[in-house]
Design a protein around this ligand. Structure first.
Ligand code: PEP
Ligand code: MG
Length: 594
């Protein structure tokens, strides 16, 4: 039966393929693809874990005291029976063989399938056995996690399966932690659908950086969609069509071809400098998450990296932090790949919806930290761990010997923080000099993401070389809207007059102070806001590489002086979005953060 689910469109385009469900388990489950040669050993891992659990259950049964209620022994028998049932073991094996899933993923995928069968059972007693099945699977997952010598993979080691000739796969999940997204980054998925999340949640940002269609905040897609269902993701409308009719399928295939043609047309702008009609030159930089993304930045025609989100180097490491050497190698790789163009490395920004490991935003919110977005995040965490902070600074400074490096600090709100940062920088420079390590001048910048920083920017500007406005967080903190919470996604409004005031003041004050200013939040990559940002005097944008061509096209058609003249009308309006549409460019752009 065909049906539709609606959510928030976060990454545009159309994807058509088969659904792959990623189960949300209480146990931390790694999802990655294994190589052909690993299939047998992965099956053996799964079987070993099953045997360990079987032995545990047998031992529990033996140890039951004589007066234990007999239901307890019967329950253990049920668990043992479920454990050995071919519907669990045999099918798990099939997921490993056919899809190359790792054992944990295969097991949780099969749990998902069986859980639905239990849900559909008429008999109350049988239906309730679902909870037993979940317990059994969680025991096996724990046994897998305990297994000695099996390190969870990091993003770099995820096996890229060759799916040529097979149906495209679309990922469906209740929630995907940014750490997990990184693992999928270079894998096979052609689209993402999640139950929770907002337009600028980090999961959405990573999906956009992969340039594949995604819809988040669907609330129940992962409950309604089944493994292997045919699914269309309409990343422009935020719609998910499950088991589409042949006519619908044909219509979307046509749209898919059209957008591919449009992309191909835009890539021809790659080597065209971004200059407005009245001759204003604009820098279009790239946002990257891993050094390997620099290749995409070059390919898209970026003139530098405006935001290297270094925290992704810190994820999926089982709590261990990357060493100075490891970080240095990663930063150097990005710097060298950019061939002399500037690389802005942001110090680690973990916390809020970006925990170090694969805990999801909702888990973090509900179980661990009272209010993570307002907690020990970004520079607050770095300053609370001074040796970790200096280690990262040393790695960044050392990379400066290989190209143009800029240092960017996230979430600054206090002048005291700026002073502490400057002290750390000084100390690190001394340490490197003492150790005979080479480095060159590194410009220091801070992100304007907290309204306090925007309001007191002239004071901050005295101490730094540049600023970068992080509109994702600036909007979140100005409007008190959790950017990852779909329940308030309709209130996340980049056009809110308060946001526009803070943004335009930040740009104007930086320009007046003679300091360079950039915007690296999602607004910068959305062509709907290009005229507005140009009107505010912005001449440096940083965005996902895939967004550069359409923003550049917008810049090439803009008259910056004319836009600046009508800006006061937009800022004074009670409905800035409508006013902007009326007074800015005459042609229409369809994609918006709105
Ligand atoms: C922002 O807040 O706009 C930003 C670019 O940083 P992040 O999205 O990583 O929080
Ligand atoms: Mg931010």
């Amino acid at each position: 039966m065909s049906f539709q689910v609606f959510g928030i469109p976060v990454s545009r385009g159309v994807a058509i393929g088969r659904a792959v469900l990623v189960a949300s388990s209480r146990v931390d489950v790694a999802h990655y693809f294994i190589a052909e040669a690993q299939i047998e050993s992965e099956i053996q891992r799964a079987l070993r874990a099953r045997d360990v659990v079987a032995a545990e259950l047998e031992a529990l049964k033996q140890d039951l005291p004589g007066d234990a209620p007999h239901e307890l022994a019967a329950l253990l028998d049920v668990h043992l029976m479920l454990l050995h049932d071919d519907a669990l073991t045999g099918a798990t094996k099939q997921w490993i063989i056919e899809r190359h899933y790792n054992a944990e993923w295969a097991l949780s995928a099969q749990l998902e399938v069986l859980a639905r069968q239990f849900d559909e059972m008429e008999d109350d007693y049988l239906r309730e056995r679902k909870a037993d099945l979940e317990q059994v699977v969680e025991r096996v997952l724990s046994a897998l996690a305990r297994e000695q010598g099996h390190a969870p993979v990091d993003a770099a080691s995820v096996v890229q399966r060759d799916f040529a000739g097979e149906d495209p796969l679309l990922l469906v999940a209740a929630d995907i932690a940014p750490a997990d997204m990184m693992q999928f980054k270079r894998s096979v998925f052609h689209g993402f659908i999640t139950d929770i999340g907002g337009k600028t949640s980090h999961t959405a940002i990573v999906a956009r950086s992969m340039d594949i269609p995604a819809v988040v905040g669907t609330r129940e897609a992962s409950r309604l969609i089944r493994h292997d269902d045919w699914v269309i993701i309409d990343g422009d409308a935020g719609a998910v069509i499950v088991n589409p009719s042949p006519i619908m399928l044909e219509e979307y295939r046509f749209r898919q071809r059209q957008s591919e043609l449009e992309r191909a047309r835009l890539t021809r702008l790659r080597h065209t400098p971004a200059v407005t009609l009245d001759g204003e030159r604009v820098e279009l930089h790239a946002n990257i998450e891993l050094p390997a993304d620099a290749a995409g930045a070059i390919e898209s025609g970026a003139t530098g990296v405006g935001l290297f989100r270094s925290e992704f180097l810190f994820m999926n490491r089982g709590g261990e932090l990357p060493s100075e050497e490891e970080q240095f190698i990663a930063y150097k790789a990005a710097v060298e790949a950019m061939r002399g163009m500037p690389v802005t490395i942001r110090t680690v920004d973990v916390g809020a919806d970006k925990p170090l490991d694969r805990m999801s935003a909702s888990e973090l919110r509900h179980e661990h930290v009272l209010n993570p977005a307002m907690g020990l995040r970004a520079i607050r965490w770095s300053l609370a761990e001074p040796s970790m902070f200096r280690q990262q600074l040393r790695a960044i400074y050392r990379a400066s010997a290989f190209g143009k490096v800029r240092l960017l600090i996230p979430m600054v709100a206090h002048l005291g923080e700026v002073r502490q940062i400057l002290e750390s920088v000084k100390k690190v420079q001394q340490q490197l000099t003492d150790a005979g390590q080479a480095f060159t001048k590194v410009d220091l910048g801070v992100m304007v993401e907290i309204p306090a920083a925007a309001v007191m920017l002239p004071l901050i500007l005295r101490h730094v070389d540049f600023v970068s406005v992080g509109t994702n967080d600036l909007i979140q903190y100005t409007l008190a809207i959790d950017r990852a919470d779909e329940a308030v996604a309709h209130l996340y409004d980049p056009w809110h007059p308060a946001v526009l005031q803070l943004l335009s003041r930040s740009i104007a004050e930086s320009v007046a102070a003679g300091k360079s200013v950039s915007v690296c939040g999602e607004m910068a990559g959305d062509p709907v806001f290009t005229d507005l940002l140009l009107a505010m005097g912005l001449r440096s944008f940083s965005m996902h590489p895939s967004q550069i061509p359409s923003v550049k096209q917008r810049i090439l058609r803009a008259d910056a002086a004319r836009l600046a003249r009508v800006l006061p009308q937009v800022l004074a309006s009670e409905d800035p979005q409508r006013e902007a549409q009326a007074v800015f460019a005459s042609h229409k752009v369809t994609h918006s953060l709105q």
